[in-house]
Design a protein around this ligand. Sequence first.
Ligand SMILES: [Zn+2]
Ligand SMILES: [Zn+2]
Length: 337
Amino acid sequence: MDDLEYGMRNKRGDWAPNDPVEGAPFWAWPPKFLKILAWLPGYVWPWNAFHMATALIWWFYIVPDIETLKTLSFGWAFYLYAVNAAAIFAFYGSVELFWYVHRKQGTRFKYNAKFPGDQPSDVFWFKSQNIDNFLRSFFFSIPLWTLVEVLFLWVFANGWVPWLTWTENPWYLALLVLIAPMIHEVHFFCIHRLIHWGPLYKWVHSVHHNSVNPSPWSSLSMHPVEGFLYHAVAFWHLILPSNPMIAMFQLHLAGFGAVNGHIGFDKLELTDDLPLNTHAYAHYLHHKYFEVNYGGDGLIPLDKWFGYWHDGSKEGDARMQARFQKKKARLNAKAQG
Ligand SMILES: [Zn+2]
Ligand SMILES: [Zn+2]
């Protein structure tokens, strides 16, 4: 594919899309129904459908029976960890293998022309972004993901929270499935904005931001505090009346879905003429500029409402520069006063 039909490459070889990142269309007023209808298939397919499919596979084939879930034990907790870890190894690992090791599409559609594997740096364990990110994912974040999973399954199995059934509440539960990605967006925005607060940033979130040029292994490379808060999004289904299957979907949106912002390519060329849109640009800009785009790609436009939105356009850049200037002036005035 010719990536220059879709974007531009600068002198350093970094590629950027021509079109700004567009948020979900239902926030426009007056409502544009045709635009919403045209947007819906992309909302479901392929990413959210994939996360739903894995949630169903887990629920029907992986999760132990309810009697087992009633009692906490290392046995089934470790088994769930092993499955989660194996799945992430296969899923993130295949993107890493084909696009970062074999580099099957070179730097076509790649935001940053450099590959982390070629860039040793002291900020990482063993000076390697890949090894550092990999170890943090498998030794901290995936165990914490599993901890969240074990806890909500245990609570549901013991009947300590409402467990709505599909036969009695099909419409409500279907609606909950539909808005689960929005719950993710709000939860992620809130915890993410929180850990960008100075002291918490230094202590917790800087670990994730060591990867200025993220790759798939960066997705879950987090400090344990962030690793837990991030996956704790599934606990919303212990507060809202829900069903463990949907809690599992919510968890997979976080665990498997983390890769979306960190793929590093705008499109993955699955075949010569079948591109997969990654939706990675908004979060790539977050890794590049730090203080923009705390949420995802504008499903709920929290970043717009708070003034943090950068859609990749010149105007977006100007807005960000103006905000940074203001902040600098404020800090200088404080330092002098
Ligand atoms: Zn990130
Ligand atoms: Zn951040």
